[in-house]
Write a protein that binds this ligand. Structure first.
Ligand SMILES: CC(C)(COP(=O)(O)OP(=O)(O)OC[C@H]1O[C@@H](n2cnc3c(N)ncnc32)[C@H](O)[C@@H]1OP(=O)(O)O)[C@@H](O)C(=O)NCCC(=O)NCCS
Length: 201
């Protein structure tokens, strides 16, 4: 029976692998982003490394098969991404000098723009999350259990509300968030991306 426990540094590779296998609109991203370090370096590992107290894994036989992670305060996270995380990546992924022309280029441009995360419309929802489960573990209540664990940790820390951004086309994920009482947050010029939020209690 899968269990939820706090993230450990030794979970790093497994968390990265889960990210890769869910990063193409909820599905396996390996053909879209052949560099398997790229997506975890943007969307999973910085959260686990910078705020491990807010990272939880779903494990099967103690091996991670899903995670929820994020930040308590998105503006602070964006600053730390810029000053502490990005320097670790800059040699491998130099800042783009041309407009992005491939999916990989686009992701590298996002990597170099953590300030994109700071959006006035979500200021009242300071926390932010990412949740991903490997396919065999989806649809069995584990996502709800991970979310409950995460929201409880935030509420205990005094964080009142959380937001997330998702690809609008990921309709199964949207159904999940709707069920967990997230609501739409209007953000101008966001069409391919949808912002959702809710209180932590
Ligand atoms: C989205 C995801 C995290 C949901 O986790 P999950 O374990 O599959 O969801 P759960 O089984 O805990 O479902 C929780 C509730 O949401 C509902 N739900 C989940 N997926 C649903 C769907 N596709 N359609 C309708 N309802 C859905 C469930 O019926 C359940 O309702 P209930 O608890 O009231 O019975 C998981 O499926 C996943 O990792 N998907 C791939 C990666 C991804 O898309 N991540 C999100 C990126 S924004």
């Amino acid at each position: 029976m899968p269990e939820i426990r706090p993230y450990r540094p030794s979970d790093r590779d497994a968390v990265a692998d889960i990210c890769v296998r869910t990063a193409d609109n909820g599905g396996d991203s390996r053909s879209l982003y052949p560099d398997l370090d790229l997506m975890p370096s943007i969307f999973a590992l910085p959260y686990a490394v910078l705020e491990p107290e807010l990272a939880f894994v779903l494990t099967d036989d103690d091996h991670p098969v899903g995670y929820i992670l994020g930040t308590a305060d998105t503006p602070t996270f964006a600053t730390r991404f810029r000053t502490e995380w990005l320097p670790l990546l800059a040699d491998r992924y130099p800042a783009p000098t041309q407009p992005p022309s491939t999916p990989t280029d686009l992701m590298i441009s996002l990597m170099h723009d953590p300030e994109r995360l700071v959006i006035p419309e979500v200021a009242a929802y300071p926390a932010q999350l990412h949740i991903d489960l490997l396919p065999p573990y989806q649809g069995a209540g584990h996502g709800r259990a991970l979310m409950t664990t995460f929201l409880n940790a935030l509420a205990t820390a005094g964080i009142p509300a959380i937001h997330l951004s998702m690809l609008t086309s990921n309709t199964p994920a949207r159904a999940f968030y709707d069920r967990l009482t997230f609501h739409h947050i209007p953000v101008p010029n966001a069409d391919t991306v949808t912002y959702l939020g809710r209180s932590t209690s």
